[in-house]
Design a protein. Structure first.
Length: 94
């Protein structure tokens, strides 16, 4: 008979877990905003439905958005060679 350790972690299924590229916290995918780089090199903010393209996730608060863009973490996660669109920060904060 095996004894269970009292410190054993109990996990609850909440769906896929993703990491915010701004703060690096792991959160359920449903709590994050997805930014996608499409094949035509356009960048799209996706809330709700997931579209095609390479994606990165950001928490929906201003500090994470600013950190993700200013640190270059969002551009690196998307593997985007050029500059991100000027309107991306406003789109993510809307």
């Amino acid at each position: 008979m095996q004894r269970k350790d009292s410190h054993e972690a109990i996990t609850i299924a909440v769906g896929p877990i993703r990491t915010c590229v701004g703060c690096r916290r792991r959160r359920p995918q449903a709590e994050l905003v997805r930014v996608a780089l499409r094949a035509d090199d356009s960048v799209h903010v996706e809330i709700g439905q997931r579209g095609p393209g390479r994606g990165a996730y950001v928490c929906p608060d201003a500090s994470c958005v600013v950190k993700a863009i200013d640190s270059g973490g969002l551009r690196r996660a998307l593997k985007h060679e050029g500059a991100l669109p000027d309107t991306l920060r406003a789109d993510l904060l809307a």
